[in-house]
Design a protein around this ligand. Structure first.
Ligand code: SF4
Ligand code: SF4
Length: 70
């Protein structure tokens, strides 16, 4: 039987440019984002569903979505 690879999208924060405002944390429906030590946000890949809400919300535009193959 042919193996079907699941594709999904994954959010990633460019932490060097992150303002640590926390807007992405508030909108994420899967609690996948944490602001570490008030310095930068990071996405927990195991919780992120690739919905893109954080990307739209980030005022600094430092979150990107990329395709990942599971
Ligand atoms: S893409 Fe969606 S699920 Fe993933 S971190 Fe952003 S808001 Fe959360
Ligand atoms: S919304 Fe953008 S700038 Fe604000 S904490 Fe999240 S990634 Fe950083």
């Amino acid at each position: 039987m042919k193996q079907v690879k699941k594709r999904k999208r994954q959010a990633k924060v460019y932490k060097e440019e992150c303002a640590a405002c926390g807007c992405c944390v508030l909108v994420c429906p899967h609690d996948a984002i944490t602001v570490y030590k008030g310095l930068y946000a990071a996405v927990d890949e195991s919780f992120c569903m690739g919905c893109g809400k954080c990307v739209k919300e980030c005022p600094a535009s430092v979150i990107t979505l990329s395709e990942v193959t599971a």
